[in-house]
Design a protein around this ligand. Structure first.
Ligand code: ZN
Length: 412
């Protein structure tokens, strides 16, 4: 897999069992905790693994939970080896006992059982608990800095808290990857976590954290708008990290290059000929097109909104407007809604823009939008993209750069 292709958010498909009759049964079962003996398509951090401090597991891998019978809140208690603790995203009601709001929350979450200590941060209205494996405890301050800065920025970008007010993050050593759940995410990092390599681990963590808003609170109607879910998450991660001083100018350019390259590689390297919307039907094979095409669309839209409104409206205002309407349980948005909000905010019709960006099989040449913020993008062959300050950047373009990316990254 090309570098940067390892961010995943996948919700595992539960298996189904049928019982004859409608009676109530008491079930005792054993689980072979041998998940590490198998290859998992989206990575073992989305299933279950051991460390020398305990066990990480998702609800899906551990629990049988009858779909029809399990309505409403669930009371769960874990009996664990001495000195072990259960760390979950749920409200504690006793020793290793929790109140789980729903069956979905029960299954679609990651949890940790063992001796690893947990820390809790309050950011805005959200209670963030994190469990760092041994290797990462020395880097705790870096994690806290990243999590608190990014959480504050997302809250501002969306204009409110995510739907869930309690989150759990579990970090251990392993093959770089991450997976987001209803109120938790699970991340593996291959080496130490430092400020130098934050471009890797910090990006995955920020991306997954942002899914608590985009994806879990602001929910797409169907897979055709997966580009908005993943691509905008990547783009907003980049923008907020730049604003928060978490990317220096080199790293900022690498990140911009990366979104351009992913799209280039999908279209020219992988010969993916479908539209960006169509790509959502089969996420894993089409991920470069979904993430790259979606992130480029987010960037181009951010610029176009600003051009259409004398700089008054950008992507944050559009997201806030959508979040005010759709950031509620059970509601979903689609492309028409994005267009409707863009038009309501700026007076401009964005139909043609989206037809070109996500509903066309033609190559989406993003160079003009890079120019619009004073950057020059050069693509070569099928997998090389380079971004640098444009030698002819105008004052207006430089200002637009600062409006979007802030002043922590040097403007062109
Ligand atoms: Zn994602």
């Amino acid at each position: 897999m090309p570098r940067g292709a390892n961010w995943r958010s996948r919700i595992s498909a539960p298996a189904n069992y049928e019982l004859g009759g409608q009676g109530r049964i008491r079930l005792r079962y054993e689980i072979a905790l041998e998940h590490d003996k198998y290859e998992w398509p989206a990575g073992i951090e989305e299933v279950a693994y051991h460390t020398d401090e305990g066990l990480m597991s998702t609800g899906y891998a551990l629990l049988l939970a009858p779909g029809d019978a399990m309505q409403g809140a669930i009371d769960i208690r874990f009996e664990l080896p001495k000195d072990w603790k259960a760390i979950t995203p749920w409200q504690s009601t006793g020793e290793n006992r929790f109140a789980v709001p729903s069956r979905r929350e029960l299954l679609n979450n990651a949890m940790f059982f063992g001796t690893a200590p947990a820390e809790t941060l309050q950011v805005g209205g959200v209670e963030l608990t994190f469990v760092l494996g041994k290797r990462y405890r020395a880097s705790k301050d870096l994690f806290v800095e990243l999590l608190s800065k990014q959480m504050r920025s997302y809250r501002e970008y969306f204009g409110g808290d995510p739907l869930s007010s309690r989150y759990l993050i579990i970090v251990n050593q392993g093959k770089d990857d991450g997976g987001a759940y209803a109120s938790s995410f699970s991340q593996l990092i291959s080496g130490d976590a430092t400020a130098e390599n934050r471009i890797g681990w910090g990006y995955v963590m920020s991306h997954e954290l942002l899914h608590f808003w985009n994806g879990l609170s602001l929910v797409r109607k169907d897979s055709r708008d997966e580009w908005f879910n993943e691509g905008f998450t990547d783009y907003i991660t980049l923008v907020t990290q730049a604003n928060n001083g978490l990317l220096d100018q080199n790293r900022f350019h690498w990140r911009m290059e990366n979104i351009a390259r992913r799209y280039l590689f999908a279209r020219i390297g992988q010969h993916l000929g479908m539209t960006v919307r169509e790509a959502g039907a089969d996420k894993q094979p089409n991920r470069e097109l979904i993430y790259g095409g979606g992130a480029l669309t987010g960037f181009a839209l951010d610029v176009e909104l600003r051009k259409a409104s004398d700089g008054r409206i950008g992507l944050p205002q559009l997201i806030q407007s959508m979040y005010a309407e759709f950031g509620k349980p059970g509601l979903t948005y689609s492309l028409e809604d994005v267009e409707r909000h863009a038009k309501a905010l700026t007076g401009r019709d964005f139909r043609e823009f989206f037809a070109h960006a996500v509903e066309s099989k033609d190559y989406f040449d993003a160079r003009p939008w890079f120019e619009d913020v004073g950057l020059r993008l050069d693509n070569f062959l099928f997998d090389e993209s380079y971004v640098r300050p444009s030698p002819s950047a105008s004052a207006a373009q430089k200002q637009r750069f600062r409006d979007i990316f802030g002043t922590q990254v040097a403007a062109p």
